[in-house]
Ligand binder design. Structure first.
Ligand SMILES: C[S@@+](CC[C@H](N)C(=O)[O-])C[C@H]1O[C@@H](n2cnc3c(N)ncnc32)[C@H](O)[C@@H]1O
Length: 250
């Protein structure tokens, strides 16, 4: 363990003791104990290495926005942290779309280290594209593509590094996967950008939005051409998702 890692562990232990002490003062011993037990039993997505163990990749961990290598201050404010989706969740979302994947391109807005891309590429999409603003995460995804082992992928993965606001949509039907990647201002601008680039050619644009919280729903309500098709609930809010379809009023 490096000196820096042991220092970090020490400070997180000190932080934890402080949280315990102040919680007992605030909500009492028994309530604090209940919350500690719940935390101990809970699923910790940042520790889930099951996908990486099977595929030789490194898609795990959680990276706070302040630690992302984003030079532009406003990008940092409007970007959400990195945390990979559990493989099972992405698979379930794609299956629930009930589409013939061969007719669609799958784009992951905020693709991070690429875990959702690998799951999508296990389906026969025309292409799978990862759009990621952090150059470090983009490079991690590139390394993962080189390292990936396991069942052959059914579709090609392409990576695009930059702000989702500048990403030009591919032609044809689209699945635009979003795991709560950015704040409401950027989400609103991305939706306007999608509307502007959708064009007049009839095509389907589906947006499965994971971690579908009120603030994101409110932004979609401001863009009524994205109709809410279904909401799928989960005991863990992180995995509630909503499916939107771009259906402009005639
Ligand atoms: C919650 S992670 C999602 C990871 C991945 N999509 C998955 O499901 O495993 C959100 C990602 O969005 C990226 N991001 C944030 N703002 C962005 C922007 N404006 N353009 C592109 N990517 C962005 C973050 O760097 C982070 O990697």
């Amino acid at each position: 363990m490096s000196e820096q890692q042991s220092k970090q562990q020490l400070s997180s232990w000190a932080d934890f003791r402080r949280v315990l002490r102040e919680s007992v003062n605030l909500i009492g011993f028994w309530m604090t104990l209940r919350y500690v037990l719940i935390w101990l039993l809970s699923y910790k997505p940042y520790k889930d290495s099951s996908f990486d163990k099977s595929h030789g990749t490194d898609t795990g961990g959680m990276i706070a926005t302040r630690d992302l290598d984003l030079e532009n201050e406003s990008d940092r404010w409007q970007s959400n942290l990195y945390l990979g989706s559990p493989a099972r969740v992405t698979r379930r979302i794609i299956e629930a779309l009930d589409i013939d994947c061969r007719d669609y391109t799958f784009v992951d807005y905020g693709s991070g280290k690429g875990r959702a891309l690998f799951i999508a590429a296990q389906f026969p999409f025309r292409q799978v594209v990862g759009v990621e603003i952090s150059p470090a995460l983009h490079r991690a995804a590139e390394r993962n593509i080189e390292r990936y082992s396991g069942a052959a992928l059914q579709s090609h993965i392409a990576l695009w590094c930059g702000n989702a606001l500048e990403y030009e949509l591919p032609a044809g039907n689209l699945v635009l996967h979003m795991y709560h990647p950015f704040g409401p201002d950027v989400l609103g601008q991305v939706l306007s950008h999608i509307e502007n680039s959708a064009g007049d050619t009839p095509r389907r644009i589906l947006i499965p939005y994971l971690f579908s919280i009120g603030v994101a729903k409110a932004v979609f309500r401001e863009h009524p051409d994205f109709k809410r098709v279904r909401d799928e609930l989960c005991v863990n809010n992180l995995y509630r998702w909503t499916l939107y379809e771009y259906l402009p009023d005639a």
